[in-house]
Design a protein around this ligand. Structure first.
Ligand code: ZN
Length: 268
């Protein structure tokens, strides 16, 4: 089911880790950001768009993780954009003929085993490095690329609508999930938060890749929460963070394990 979060911006929420697909209305059709996860949900989104009389004219993936680069034939053969680094990362991953089998194996342990269509996964067109806007016929969508969470990660600011699509950042349920393959994962993440802070004042709505859509002031509040988390782990302190430990939302206890894992990795 599509839910409007701002004028001309709708969200389709998955039951799988509260993943958010974002639909932005343009002149000739919609831009679809991080389309969703399971086959039945992608079917549902195809039908919802048909009911609205809208076709997809372009896609965008915020980063190269499998749950953000899926697609459904019903969305059509349209350009599916990402940053140059995002496209290169997924291309590199898929150059291994066993890549999709690995993703499917990883899903066996989850409640959506066998339900994720991998055939159109990762067919991303990289935008030239430094591209600052999604090339499409609709409201201006600014690309805010940064180094955090995944290679070529980008948030999108739909300026005229005041919506910040944060990718896998600024979540109310997930802590900052670090990209460990860099020299300074925490420093990179803090740098990314500064870039997001520059636009947070323009965002009356923040849509995280996973979690709840936030209203006015929430982007800034989540940036502060993420900073406090990073400050603690960088200094070897246990963070007092509502997303982990006893205060974690029911069903999200595994986030504490993610925290433990990256806390130990940083200590090494
Ligand atoms: Zn991710």
């Amino acid at each position: 089911m599509l839910r409007q979060v701002a004028d001309g911006v709708l969200v389709h929420e998955s039951t799988f880790v509260q993943s958010n697909a974002v639909v932005v209305e343009g002149r000739a059709g919609v831009l679809l950001i991080d389309p969703g996860v399971t086959a039945s949900e992608l079917d549902c989104l195809v039908n919802d768009l048909a009911d609205l009389g809208r076709t997809v004219v372009a896609g965008f993936s915020t980063h190269p993780h499998w749950d953000h680069v899926l697609w459904h034939a019903g969305f059509g053969e349209v350009p599916r954009y990402g940053t140059a680094r995002c496209a290169a990362a997924i291309r590199d991953e898929l150059s291994d003929p066993h890549a999709k089998t690995r993703i499917a194996d990883h899903l066996i342990e989850t409640e959506i085993a066998g339900q994720v269509p991998l055939d159109l996964l990762g067919l991303i067109t990289g935008l030239p490095a430094g591209t600052t806007r999604v090339p499409w016929d609709g409201p201006k969508v600014r690309i805010i690329e940064h180094q955090a969470h995944a290679p070529g990660h980008a948030a999108l600011l739909i300026e005229e609508r005041g919506v910040l699509v944060a990718g896998d950042m600024l979540s109310d349920v997930l802590i900052p999930m670090l990209e460990h393959d860099t020299a300074d994962p925490v420093g990179d993440y803090l740098g990314a938060l500064r870039l997001l802070e520059d636009v947070a004042g323009d965002a009356g709505v923040v849509v995280p890749g996973h979690g709840s859509v936030g209203g006015p002031g929430r982007a800034r509040a989540r940036i502060e929460l993420d900073r406090a988390y990073l400050d603690a782990v960088r200094n070897g302190r246990v963070p007092a963070d509502p997303r982990i430990g006893p205060s974690a939302k029911p069903g999200w206890e595994w986030v504490s394990d993610v925290h433990e894992g990256q806390f130990q990795q940083l200590a090494r």
